[in-house]
Write a protein that binds this ligand. Structure first.
Ligand code: TPP
Ligand code: MG
Length: 402
């Protein structure tokens, strides 16, 4: 099913470097010694997932075990829901009804293919762009909207939803995932965790500490990197000199797999196998889903300042994950224009209902900007007391005695 793909053999595995042994001998003060041999074939830890759908929707590989073309219909509905939500959320922000918002457009297949592989007992640990994945795990969009509308109720996840809170601080969620997976292991529970993060997060110390620990303790954890080519304006090529992100797993002693993140079936395949490994006690896996952020980093960003229209068009017109899956389904007579219309209308209805619920919650919460001064310190430091006073004077014209 998968083939080992050597990236740079002479630097990865000593088995592929015939000179290495000779160079290591006599390396210290002329005293002959040799290193213990590496038992694991390092190159075999790296995989590329075989594609299932070509960008034009043609099937080029077998379906992953357990999936049928009919699953494609369910998955397509999810992809469409994600896109409709995204469109509406951006409009809300543009209308001044939401502070800021990080769009997921372009990453629907990566999120849906991975979340679809989870079992009910598994946990999903998101970053801040994983609205569709979280929704698939039962987190209503109203929570995502409340969060970005600025009320903390958005991060109060219902007890029956196995999704962690939104993590905006880059990489923070990775050690959390490690800890949660360790707890599950200590409790002998049969469940897996999947943690979502971006290409930029792989430069954080948290990423390396988390992977190192998980590798040593063989934790039931899937690291799911959506490599969307950018960390705000920093392109992937400036993020790391590694040829791939998946290969970083080799350093921590567990498999890394690179998959076309816009091929929803291939993503499912890679994540499904990684979760099975985790549940079977075989340890973590790093999955790199290669995708593209079609929108801005957030609604406060202007991508035209750091990337070309030509580049965007290639991904939008030739590699759109929705178009790819829809073309496939249509070629199988599994999807019609009427299906599309109906599914879109259903998605719009759901999202509108969620927007209404979120806006009602914001009204009810009766938050005021000065409350940002209230919950960090037991006793507000003098300089913040002054800022609060100044804020109240400017915005309300009162003396701040309230
Ligand atoms: C610790 C930390 N440093 C910097 C930031 C500012 N910041 C917000 S998003 C972002 C880029 C993250 O890129 P990536 O991990 O690729 O995720 P993406 O936004 O592409 O999904 C940065 C640097 C932050 N939120 N947290
Ligand atoms: Mg990124």
């Amino acid at each position: 099913m998968t083939k080992p793909v050597p990236t740079s053999p002479s630097t990865i595995g000593n088995s592929t470097d015939p000179d290495l042994g000779r160079r290591l001998e006599h390396s210290h003060n002329g005293v002959a010694h040799s290193l213990p041999s590496v038992s694991q074939s390092l190159v075999e830890l790296y995989r590329e997932t075989p594609p299932v759908l070509a960008p034009d929707g043609t099937q080029v590989g077998p379906f992953p075990a357990g999936l049928t073309p009919a699953d494609g219909v369910t998955l397509y509905r999810w992809l469409l829901l994600g896109r409709v939500f995204d469109e509406k959320a951006v409009h809300l922000q543009r209308q001044g009804r939401m502070g800021t918002y990080p769009p997921l457009v372009g990453q629907e297949a990566a999120q849906a293919g991975s979340a679809y592989a989870l079992h009910p007992e598994d946990w999903l640990i998101p970053s801040y762009r994983d609205h569709l994945a979280a929704r698939m795990r039962g987190l209503s969009f109203r929570y995502t909207l409340m969060y970005w509308m600025g009320i903390e109720e958005g991060n109060r996840i219902p007890d029956d939803v196995q999704v962690f809170t939104t993590a905006v601080s880059i990489g923070d969620q990775l050690p959390h995932a490690t800890g949660a997976a360790l707890a599950t292991q200590l409790l002998h529970e049969k469940r897996a965790f999947i943690v979502y993060f971006g290409d930029g997060a792989t430069s954080e110390g948290d990423f390396h500490e988390s992977l190192n620990f998980a590798g040593v303790y063989r934790l039931p954890l899937v690291y799911f990197c959506q490599n969307n080519q950018y960390a705000i304006s920093t392109p992937r090529t400036r993020q790391t000199a590694s040829a791939t992100i998946a290969q970083k797993a080799i350093a921590y002693g567990f498999p890394g797999e690179r998959v076309d993140g816009n091929d929803v079936f291939a993503v499912y395949d890679a994540v499904h196998r990684a979760l099975e490994r985790a549940r079977a006690g075989e340890g973590p896996t790093l999955v790199e889903a290669v995708t593209y952020r079609l929108g801005p980093h957030t609604t406060a960003d202007d991508p035209s300042r750091y990337r070309s229209k030509d580049e965007e068009e290639i991904w939008a017109k030739q590699r759109d994950p929705l178009l790819r899956l829809r073309r496939f389904l249509q070629s199988q007579n599994l999807w019609t224009d009427e299906d599309e219309e109906r599914a879109r209308a259903e998605a719009v209805a759901e999202v509108q209902q969620e927007i209404a619920a979120a806006e009602a919650a914001v009204q009810e919460a009766k938050r005021h900007p000065e409350q940002i001064f209230d919950h960090t310190f037991a006793k507000l430091p003098l300089y913040l007391q002054r800022q609060r006073q100044e804020f109240l004077t400017v915005t309300r014209g009162d003396n701040g005695q309230s």
